[in-house]
Write a protein that binds this ligand. Structure first.
Ligand code: C5P
Length: 245
């Protein structure tokens, strides 16, 4: 059984109001995407990694991989051609789901192999959480990293006068979905095919797999595994990174 990783990194990142997509912004001197790649490259059970980026970004990302990743992961390195632990750069799509689908189509994975999908913009994922996710997928077939809700959670209706609360959701029934999200490859492929046939667009892979009728387990996440989305998140990520070292 092999473990493949897909990093969707083809977003434009409009909420960040930055000059370039957030996955390329510098965090402690390195592009955010490189931090995410290094985290998975450091896990021995990971076989290979597929990054989905915008077509025009492919040369830039290949150059960054050559500069910042261990030689064994670089396809240009002569000794690594026969190695399986390689990073592949593929073209993303207009939605996150399209980007993941493109990478999934490129994976040389067997039905029983495991596919982990991770937001490229969550650079602080740690090896222990990745390992626990792989273990949970081996046990349940599908598992995601999730964070229990700390705040009280309200369901709202959007009205012309703003949001109005319609109910309170007991927070013991709520987890906030993070990534990685991992699945047996055959299950993920079937769920993606069903979603495409039905025109369903999900904001994460679990929602696509849930609707295919498969139970998805939850592995405990951490607040440090934040998704860099808006101004201020970079400073918070720098803080968590400094705490680590
Ligand atoms: O859009 P959101 O902030 O949820 O993005 C989560 C991840 O999905 C990011 O790493 C982003 O680059 C990626 N993405 C993608 N293709 C898109 C849109 C988002 O790979 N079309």
């Amino acid at each position: 059984m092999k473990v493949f990783v897909i990093l969707p990194a083809a977003g434009i990142g409009t909420r960040m109001a930055a000059a370039q997509p957030k996955q390329f912004l510098a965090l402690a001197g390195l592009p955010i995407l490189i931090h995410s790649l290094r985290a998975f490259a450091a896990v021995p059970r990971v076989s290979s990694i597929y990054v989905a980026v915008r077509q025009q970004e492919i040369p830039r990302v290949q150059a960054q991989i050559a500069e910042f990743l261990p030689l064994e992961f670089q396809s240009g390195h002569s000794q690594s051609e026969s190695a399986h632990r390689l990073i592949h750069v593929v073209s993303g799509g207009d939605t996150r789901q399209d980007s993941v689908a493109n990478a999934l189509a490129a994976l040389p994975a067997a039905p029983e192999d495991i596919v982990l999908v991770h937001d490229a913009v969550r650079p602080l994922i740690d090896a222990a959480t990745i390992d626990r996710t792989i273990d949970a997928v081996m046990e349940h077939g599908a598992a995601i990293v999730g964070l229990p809700a700390i705040d009280t959670v309200k369901q709202v209706e959007r009205t012309a006068h703003g949001a109005l609360i319609s109910s309170t959701i007991p927070r013991e029934y709520v987890v906030l979905a993070q990534t990685p999200q991992g699945f047996r490859c055959d299950l993920l492929r079937r769920a993606f095919a069903e979603a495409a046939a039905d025109g369903f667009l999900g904001t994460d892979e679990a929602s696509i797999v849930e609707r295919a009728g498969q139970p998805v387990a939850v592995v405990h996440g951490s607040a440090a595994n934040l998704k860099i989305t808006q101004p201020g998140d970079l400073a918070l990520a720098e803080f968590y990174l400094a705490q680590r070292s």
